[in-house]
Design a protein around this ligand. Structure first.
Ligand code: NAD
Length: 424
């Protein structure tokens, strides 16, 4: 475990909230409620592994509050902790409020390492975890989606398991499904595309030309690879990319489509890593990637990677948080002092849940949209959210887009509590 991973994301989320509390006059009782997830379901379940041995897995599902139906992804990783899932559910509440979706936050996770498991074992873990959550997931109250190490494949198994239990096909129970099973066109690219839209808007505001702008991306999974592909397609130069194994650099910019093929369509690259790509002119570490002289740095991997220990090395003008929680509160202060514009996760990566919402609406109505419709609705929502938060930052908290995003989201969230009241 790295030092960064040791920083408890839940403490980080509460710290972010308390910072807003210092600026905004928020009802003390509501602050108290926001600091306590309403529901934490923890389960230990057995799975028979390929060699006949029984392994016990621990899984979580957290609902941050229940003002609205709960929405949030499921993560498979050896680093999953209860506190991490609590923080991710908390951030989902704020994210949904920012883009105006009728959801409260949720998140799920299973402590496991899919890299060391066979396909059959991953399927068994997914199906058994779904079984454990059979009374938690629900098309009307808790709708999961993909996150780290889960994709359309796992969502199809969740959909199937839940539907077999219910005796009918429940299209609305999970999003990020394959298109053939009621998934939405544009969902796979949605988070990365959303990161691109807000980055583009920020570049316009800062007067940075897209053509030839330099970009470094940490993480080349769903979010990072789509962000890199889309920003490169629009004229930027992706000069650095890193992942769990290390990083690559080329001052002239990578052919990102070719890099994508190297990682995902190359049977010899079972690690699905960018490391070893032949067009790299220099191998770099993740820390070296953060220190690259670029216009945009996009951390799109895991949380707590930009910390007070390395934030001073960041030379990018914009940090676009594709990942959830990549920047610690200590790093935030340093970046702000150094005039780095941080596009906070709760805004920057909201494109994923936005198109998940589109998928839910389409599935519930059994009426599907074209990819152009999906992308243009996504663009409209992301641009509107960016403008609101950027303009609000001018009034409330210059160069602190995170604080601005929290204050904008809190207006909606506090109203939800006021309107519903506290039951009974
Ligand atoms: P993924 O599993 O598809 O990809 C993760 C990438 O990060 C991989 O390239 C992996 O090698 C890399 N990585 C893992 N650990 C690392 C480490 N310690 N250092 C450097 N690189 C590392 O996951 P994803 O779905 O792309 O999610 C990435 C981030 O984006 C997460 O924080 C997730 O919560 C967030 N996010 C995802 C979505 C979505 O729709 N998938 C939506 C919103 C936010």
């Amino acid at each position: 475990m790295t030092e960064e991973h040791a920083i408890d994301p839940w403490r980080m989320a509460v710290k972010q909230l308390e910072k807003v509390g210092e600026v905004l006059d928020i009802d003390e009782n509501i602050m108290k409620i926001l600091k306590h997830p309403i529901r934490i379901v923890e389960t230990n379940f057995p799975v028979v592994m390929d060699d006949g041995r029984v392994e016990i897995f621990t899984g979580f599902r957290v609902h941050h509050n229940e003002n609205l139906p709960n929405k949030g992804g499921i993560r498979f990783s050896p680093h999953v902790t209860r506190e991490e899932v609590m923080a991710l559910a908390f951030w989902m509440t704020f994210k949904c409020a920012i883009v105006g979706l009728p959801y409260s936050g949720a998140k799920g996770g299973v402590i496991c390492n899919p890299r060391e498991m066979s396909l059959k074992e991953i399927e068994k873990v997914t199906r058994r975890y779904t079984h454990q959550m059979i009374n938690v997931f629900n098309p009307r109250s808790d709708i999961p989606a993909p996150d780290i190490n889960t994709s359309a494949r796992e969502m199809a198994w969740i959909y199937d398991t839940y539907s077999m239990w219910g005796g009918h096909s429940a299209l609305g129970v999970v999003t990020g499904k394959p298109v053939e099973l009621g998934g939405s066109l544009g969902r796979a690219a949605a988070t990365g595309r959303g990161v691109y839209f807000v980055t583009r808007q920020a570049m316009k505001r800062l007067g940075i030309e897209m053509e030839g702008a330099t970009v470094a991306v940490q993480g080349f999974g769903n979010v990072g690879s789509w962000f890199a592909r889309i920003i490169a397609e629009n004229g930027a130069k992706v000069v650095g990319v890193s992942d769990w194994k290390g990083g690559i650099y080329n001052e002239n910019g990578f052919d990102v489509e070719d890099l994508y093929k190297y990682v995902y369509e190359n049977p010899d690259n079972s690690d699905r890593s960018v490391v070893g790509y032949q067009h790299s002119t220099k191998d770099i570490t993740n820390d070296e990637l953060f220190a690259l002289e670029v216009d945009v740095l996009a951390p799109c991997a895991v949380e707590s990677v930009i910390t007070k220990y390395n934030a001073h090395t960041v030379k990018a003008k914009i940090v676009a948080e594709g990942a959830n929680g990549p920047t610690t509160p200590g790093a935030d202060e340093i970046l702000k002092d150094n005039n780095v514009l941080v596009l906070p996760d709760i805004l920057a990566n909201a494109g994923g849940v936005t198109v998940s919402y589109f998928e839910w609406v389409q599935g519930n109505d059994a009426l599907f949209w074209t990819e152009e419709e999906v992308n243009s609705k996504l663009e409209e929502i992301m641009v509107r959210a960016f403008d609101k938060i950027f303009d609000h930052a001018d009034e409330c908290c210059i160069n602190d887009m995170r604080l601005s995003a929290y204050t904008v989201a809190l207006e909606t969230i506090v109203k939800q509590y006021e309107l519903r009241g506290i039951y009974p």
